[in-house]
Design a protein around this ligand. Structure first.
Ligand SMILES: *Cc1c(COP(=O)(O)O)cnc(C)c1O
Length: 367
């Protein structure tokens, strides 16, 4: 079967038809984490409590997997509204993770020449979605303390007239909340849609969700990923129904699987466990924020997320040394000039954080 003559190999054919900007990319690499203490991806370190797991198993066993799921996801949206305080008059869009929502929003607004604008460093999926949708991406650097450079943002908005602005609130990978007045000014100045991405809302105690009705061009996005349910892939966006109606036209009709929908209803039928875990994570975050700067040559940035950004005198050495000690964090050193020397450490269980701190004790250098 292998003697069929071939004019060209698959790589050549692909290279002749794949979009050049895609061909030039390297695929997003998810770090291997087998057997490591995993503090690199902002996951919740706690599993689902046994009673909730039992309810989940029961719900999943009842799913009619021979049928397509409910494309409108009515029960799922009701569960979200009940559990997470989504307003009754607001429109809600569900996605296979917020990654898919970002993609749908970008594709919908990608008129020829349209601009997506975001501060940087920020969540890399924004830039990636601009490329995917064919939007021009414009980045405005944060200030060295990771706050928004408001005048640079307003200048860029005036110059570029963006169709879409992304603000991660708190910001990934820096962990801080931007000033409320700065965000308000960006929303007022932007001719297009401003997405406030609240992936870390559970740890932040700050939100623009109650302000949807106040701004006709505001969308707030959240996800279940950072509150213990990254595996089921569910993100949701809240905005005026006029926006949601447009996005629904490009949403694949069955983008949220029947298993995910049933899981959401079961997992959110009682939300006490989510609050308990989020509080434990905030307590441990505060402990890391206090303990890390006591190490020689280490400083930490203020954080309102489930991770801490710390600057080290020898970040690359510390990163490798942690790996040798079976602890995986995220090395931000080469990401952006403002992040030189920085590692991003997801808050783990008390035991995992103890292991991290004792490893860092061995690895940090007296200055
Ligand atoms: C983790 C994260 C998300 C979540 O993406 P999902 O696809 O829902 O897992 C979205 N936005 C930001 C800024 C994040 O850090």
């Amino acid at each position: 079967m292998n003697d069929r003559p071939r004019a060209a190999g698959a790589a050549e054919v692909a290279a002749s038809v794949v979009r050049p900007e895609v061909h030039a990319l390297s695929a997003y690499v998810v770090a291997k984490a087998e057997g490591l203490v995993k503090l690199d991806a902002m996951e919740n370190p706690y599993g689902v409590p046994p009673d909730v797991a039992a309810r989940l198993a029961q719900a999943l066993s009842n799913v009619a997997i021979n049928r397509y799921p409910d494309g409108a996801a009515v029960a799922t949206k009701a569960a979200l509204a009940r559990a997470l305080g989504v307003g009754a008059a607001d429109g809600v869009l569900l996605g296979n993770g917020s990654d898919e929502l970002i993609q749908i929003i970008a594709s919908t607004l990608a008129r020829p020449g349209a601009v997506m604008l975001a501060p940087e460093p920020t969540f890399v999926m924004y830039r990636f979605s601009a490329l995917n949708a064919g939007m021009r991406f414009v980045a405005v650097s944060l200030r060295p303390d990771f706050s928004l450079d408001l005048s640079a943002m307003l200048d860029a908005i005036e110059r570029e007239r963006p169709a879409l602005v992304f603000l991660s609130y708190p910001n990934n990978p820096t962990g801080n909340l931007f000033a409320v007045e700065d965000i308000e000014a960006v929303i007022r100045a932007t001719p297009g849609l401003v997405v406030v991405d609240e992936a870390y809302n559970a740890f932040a105690d700050a939100s623009f969700l109650p302000r949807i009705a106040e701004f006709p061009n505001l969308l707030v996005m959240r996800t279940l990923s950072k509150i213990g349910m990254a595996g089921i892939r569910l993100g949701y966006a809240v905005a005026a129904p006029a926006w949601i109606g447009e996005f629904n036209k490009l949403r694949p009709p069955y983008n949220v699987s029947g298993l995910t929908q049933a899981a959401v209803v079961a997992l959110l039928s009682d939300t006490a466990w989510i609050g308990v875990q989020a509080q434990a994570i905030c307590d441990e975050r505060n402990r890391l924020e206090t303990q890390l700067p006591l190490l020689p040559g280490v400083s930490v940035y203020p954080t309102r997320a489930n991770f801490v950004v710390a600057r080290f005198a020898n970040a690359n050495g510390v990163f490798e040394g942690l790996k040798v000690r079976r602890i995986l964090v995220k090395n931000l050193d080469a990401w952006h000039p403002l992040l030189k020397g920085c590692l991003r450490i997801t808050v783990g269980t008390p035991d995992e954080n103890d292991r991290l701190l004792s490893a860092l004790n061995e690895l940090t250098l007296p200055t």
